[in-house]
Design a protein around this ligand. Structure first.
Ligand SMILES: NC(=O)c1ccc[n+]([C@@H]2O[C@H](COP(=O)([O-])OP(=O)(O)OC[C@H]3O[C@@H](n4cnc5c(N)ncnc54)[C@H](OP(=O)(O)O)[C@@H]3O)[C@@H](O)[C@H]2O)c1
Length: 248
């Protein structure tokens, strides 16, 4: 009984920390009119689950895509509008070269080193932001997660009381750093916070906004739908400066 109580206290304390450290406010962003659509996009994490969906959908929608990956062998897509760049997000010069000449950057960066204190998300994002500011690439769409900032608890009880406190605390802590870096940048940014990801066929995002998900049930969304939603942020200014949740 005491142990259970301690676990709940720990989970609540972590939730308060993630709420306070993550983003809770909207940033006012002025959009620099370019007079042309954003057509050349860099996808970071293009070999991952969401990244591959982004890649395929972006090519289908007519974007000229540069895919940033650690291992080009993981990509099975070939297309005349696709170039693949090998690199690690922790290597600033590789990120800087990849960003140069692009109109926008979309990041679906993630990793599985959950039980190690890492800064891969935040340091990788810091490199992306610095490279973008250096080269005047203004629009940045970044996938983080429900469960931080003003979305704490919205992945449902199972994630809030078990998965996040016992598997993902270090990972989520780094996501709060990642979000704060983005919010502090001078870019036109949108943070997309999905619910639990699935590989189901896309059926469309039913709910998006700051108050979505569920405090009880596990909220889910297909990676395909997250990818579509992220791509839409290239042509829309309505979510600029916000961390917007998405779920089915
Ligand atoms: N899984 C969920 O239910 C869930 C829910 C909400 C939010 N999210 C978040 O959504 C995002 C995408 O998740 P996902 O499962 O679709 O992606 P994923 O399959 O984990 O893919 C992550 C991508 O990041 C790349 N990457 C990792 N470290 C890198 C580095 N140092 N340099 C360059 N690239 C690197 C990976 O490359 P390699 O292929 O080389 O490893 C991969 O392409 C993540 O931030 C995740 O935390 C996930």
């Amino acid at each position: 009984m005491t142990l259970l109580l301690l676990l709940v206290v720990y989970a609540l304390a972590l939730a308060i920390g993630l709420a306070r450290r993550g983003l809770t406010s909207v940033t006012k962003i002025s959009v620099a009119p370019t007079g042309r659509p954003l057509t050349r996009i860099l996808i970071i994490g293009a070999s991952g689950g969401t990244g591959r969906q982004l890649l395929v959908r972006a090519l289908e929608q007519g974007y000229v895509v540069r895919a940033f990956v650690r291992d080009p062998g993981k990509l099975s897509v070939e297309h005349p509008h696709l170039t693949v760049v090998r690199g690690d997000v922790l290597d600033y010069s590789a990120v800087e070269q990849a960003v140069r000449g692009q109109d926008a950057v979309i990041s679906a960066l993630g990793h599985k080193r959950f039980f190690v204190l890492t800064r891969i998300l935040s340091e990788g994002t810091r490199n992306m932001l610095r490279a973008m500011e250096t080269h005047g690439v203004r629009r940045f769409i970044c996938e983080t997660s429900l469960g931080i900032g003003d979305s704490v608890g919205r992945m449902g009880l199972y994630y809030s009381l078990l998965v996040i406190p016992f598997i993902l605390p270090l990972y989520f802590w780094d996501k709060t750093r990642q979000e704060r870096l983005i919010a502090a940048s001078k870019l036109e940014w949108v943070i997309v916070r999905p619910a639990v990801l699935t590989n189901a066929v896309g059926r469309g995002v039913s709910h998006h906004g700051r108050k979505i998900g569920s405090f009880l049930w596990t909220a889910r969304i297909a990676r395909a739908d997250v990818a579509d939603f992220m791509l839409k942020q290239l042509a829309s200014d309505s979510n600029l400066g916000t961390a917007v949740g998405v779920c089915r």
